[in-house]
Ligand binder design. Structure first.
Ligand code: UFG
Length: 336
């Protein structure tokens, strides 16, 4: 099976590409490198010994995307491409809606034209909004998001549901990611955010290398185990394998399924920082800062549906995630 990965040079895309190639799939990547580097694609080949056809295109452009589909016999698509920074989406909502929705609409139109009817979509636990109780289950009511980035995920879920309702041949799996962290155990690919990181683990990694002086912990007065925020962290290789399982599911089932990809366990910010320090024997200086606007105190997945439908569950621990993150970061202090 030949799989198109939109945004395949990015953090999750590159790890998924490695898992696909290791399991005998063929892969084609479309990426405009707006938030990724061509070097990631070279390293995918280095890790797997397999070639990937790379299209350095913006998939919002229908002409270029159509050419890709003309040249490659694509069987299925994993759609990662999209802007993903929560804070930036509040500053530049039109840019987020234009890019994320346009990319998806163009992709679905071209897929339809070429009779490609399997798609796995990068959704997010953010679609559960702020009013659902934890753990989050796929059957919960989804009423809205707290930021434009989240809304684009929710809107794309809806677009895929409506498209599948109108087209009985379409299979769509909406993967609701929790908090992916860590890196490939080889240390050759990993997360490479531009500028000062927004997310916890990339920030911790920069502090550990000495490139940033100290971590700010956003709030220690939440009603959680130790007052700091609790999230469901998932090793990016586990997440990547979840995509392969989702693709296999989409190959044999029609219609739409939303599926959580999480561990089902929550860890606090302090637990993460302490685990990183212990496993890697590197101090991470921190100070307590005020709460960050828009943060929820605590959320984690109910991971049962992924186990039942996909036969997938996490294999890596928080220790593994912290170790593999540091292996990547210490060997690539400036990223790619
Ligand atoms: N945190 C800090 N200091 C930092 C960064 C984060 O204390 O410098 C804390 C946050 O307050 C939160 C936890 O670490 O409690 C995790 O924060 P992240 O920014 O790493 O992740 P979020 O849970 O806020 O957001 C992630 C993804 C979003 C997605 C969301 C919901 O980045 O894309 O999960 O699934 F929408």
């Amino acid at each position: 099976m030949k799989v198109l990965l939109t945004g395949g040079a990015g953090y999750i895309g590159s790890h998924t590409c490695v898992e696909l190639l290791n399991q005998g799939f063929e892969a084609v990547i479309a990426d405009d490198f707006s938030n990724s580097k061509p070097e990631a694609v070279k390293r995918i080949t280095e890790i797997t010994g397999k070639n990937v056809d790379l299209y350095p295109i913006d998939i919002c452009g229908k002409v270029a995307l159509t050419k890709l589909f003309e040249e490659q016999k694509i069987d299925a698509v994993i759609h990662f491409a999209g802007f993903k920074a929560v804070g930036e989406s509040c500053q530049k909502p039109l840019m987020y809606y234009r890019n994320n929705l346009d990319a998806t609409l163009t992709l679905l139109e071209v897929m339809k034209e070429f009779n490609v009817n399997k798609i796995v979509f990068s959704s997010s636990a953010t679609v559960y909004g702020e009013n659902n109780p934890i753990p989050y289950v796929e059957t919960m009511p989804i009423t809205g998001c707290t930021n434009p980035y989240g809304w684009t995920k929710l809107m794309i879920e809806q677009i895929l549901k409506d498209t599948a309702n109108a087209d009985p041949d379409l299979s769509a799996v909406l993967l609701r990611y929790f908090n992916p962290i860590g890196a490939h155990p080889s240390g050759r690919i990993g997360e490479d955010p531009s500028g000062i990181p927004n997310n916890l683990l990339p920030y911790v990694a920069k502090v550990a290398t000495g490139k940033l002086p100290k971590l700010g912990i956003f709030g220690d007065d939440y009603d959680t185990v130790d007052g700091t925020g609790v999230r469901d962290y998932i090793h990016v290789v586990d997440l990547a394998r979840g995509h392969v399982a989702a693709l296999q599911y989409a190959d044999t089932h029609k219609g739409v399924e939303a599926i959580n990809l999480g561990s089902g366990k929550g860890h606090s910010v302090l637990e993460v920082v302490n685990t990183f320090t212990r496993v890697n024997n590197i101090p991470v200086p921190y100070e307590i800062k005020p709460r960050r606007a828009g943060d929820l105190p605590e959320f984690y997945a109910n991971a049962e549906k992924a186990k039942e439908l996909l036969g997938w569950e996490v294999e890596y621990t928080l220790e593994d995630m912290c170790r593999d993150l540091w292996n990547w970061q210490s060997n690539n202090p400036d990223g790619y």
